[in-house]
Design a binder for this molecule. Structure first.
Ligand SMILES: *[C@@H]1O[C@H](CO)[C@@H](O)[C@H](O)[C@H]1NC(C)=O
Ligand SMILES: *[C@@H]1O[C@H](CO)[C@@H](O)[C@H](O)[C@H]1NC(C)=O
Length: 358
């Protein structure tokens, strides 16, 4: 029984990733040159390592226990969703902006600006120090990376950027490190509207710089995170609050289509993609959906440095108190790639986004 279950599970994960890789290589066909990645710890691949002013770091064991080079600053045991998407597209791993080696030819497939603890709002994350906010990430893209890329490629942004994806995973910390800790005295609807208004301007700014193809990763089902639920499964109140953000994000994207006519924007419904796995854990190959794989530090969110770690990491949804395992990340990207259900990925799946010709 245990063996057949393990087999089924490994098979399912392998199948999802393989489907993603095979289809992507097929549809990509040189159409996507690279990817610019912005957002929070969901995508940070080491930027915060270079920032002495924040405690939001994952540059120690057991983070990276399944990553070829060990702890890199990724907030998982292995690859994060940006890594998996890059792999699906046949791209190399996209380098971290703050890494001094991210220069010259190293930027031709894009750059990752993600910063753990950061949010859509500038004041989000201040309780974990001075992180790189989404606005600052866009500043870095505009002032440093974009001119360097133009020089490297030898053409102008308007010609270059349609060949790049903009993967943005922002908003989790606006809830976890801001709204949920009582720093915003607003209704859930009013707070979501505040975030959406700022986010919309951030996307317009990127569009005006030449960005055309966006993948927006909506806020995660934070009510299911061990740091929030304390092992009680998924808490409906918190999940309800972040679902309001998703609903407003969909309306924003529908509205932006008129204002940014040359854009293609796809939204990943993280709440649904992850709770579907949690609610069908056995079939999806997971057996632990409510606990963290690593021993947690006193904050209940991050792994204890050199602490213990579970053995069956492929069967856990959560690696630490907040971040998912590589196994969940693979299932997440695989579903976003191929699902025909608009409530998973809107208005088209990633495979269809990549069919779009410019
Ligand atoms: C948490 O997970 C364990 C094992 O996976 C399960 O037995 C338990 O019922 C879960 N608890 C809740 C409240 O979902
Ligand atoms: C964790 O282990 C590493 C490698 O053995 C060591 O360098 C580091 O000091 C340890 N950290 C703590 C807090 O024990």
């Amino acid at each position: 029984m245990a063996t057949s279950k393990l087999f089924l599970h490994v098979f399912l994960l392998y199948f999802l990733l393989l489907a993603c890789i095979v289809n992507a290589k097929h549809v990509n066909a040189g159409n996507v040159q690279g990817m610019f990645i912005l957002g929070s710890s969901v995508v940070d691949n080491g930027n915060n390592n270079f920032n002495p002013d924040t405690t939001a770091k994952a540059n120690y064991a057991p983070y990276g226990v399944d990553f070829p080079s060990g702890a890199t600053g990724r907030f998982s045991n292995g690859k994060n969703i940006a890594d998996i998407l890059a792999e699906c597209l046949g791209l190399p791993l996209i380098p971290a902006f703050a890494d001094p080696r991210t220069k010259g030819g190293a930027i031709t497939h894009g750059v990752n600006f993600g910063s753990g603890g950061s949010g859509i709002l500038d004041d989000t994350g201040s309780i974990v120090g001075k992180v790189t906010t989404l606005n600052e990430q866009i500043d870095n893209f505009e002032k440093e990376t974009l001119p360097a890329l133009e020089a490297q490629v030898g053409s102008q942004r308007a010609a270059i950027l349609p060949n790049y994806l903009f993967l943005i995973a922002a908003g989790n910390n606006d809830y976890l490190l801001n709204y949920f800790i009582g720093r915003q005295l607003l209704t859930p609807q009013a707070f979501a509207a505040k975030l959406i208004s700022v986010y919309s301007n951030q996307l317009k700014r990127l569009y005006n710089l030449g960005a055309r193809r966006f993948i927006l990763v909506s806020v995660y089902p934070l009510g299911c995170s061990p740091v929030v639920s304390r092992g009680l499964g998924c808490l409906p109140i918190q999940n309800g609050v972040v679902s309001i953000f998703y609903d407003q994000l969909i309306s924003m994207v529908d509205g932006l289509k008129q204002q940014l006519p040359a854009s293609d924007i796809v939204v990943l419904n993280s709440v649904k993609l992850i709770t579907d796995v949690i609610n069908n854990a056995g079939a999806a190959g997971f057996s632990n959906t409510n606990g963290s794989c690593c021993q947690l530090s006193v904050n209940g969110a991050s792994c204890q440095e050199n602490g213990s770690v579970c053995n069956d990491r492929k069967s856990y949804v959560y690696f630490d108190g907040q971040h998912n395992t590589e196994a969940l990340n693979v299932a997440f990207v695989g579903k976003a790639f191929a699902s025909a259900d608009k409530s998973d990925v809107y208005p088209v799946n990633l495979q269809n986004l990549l069919h779009t010709n410019f």
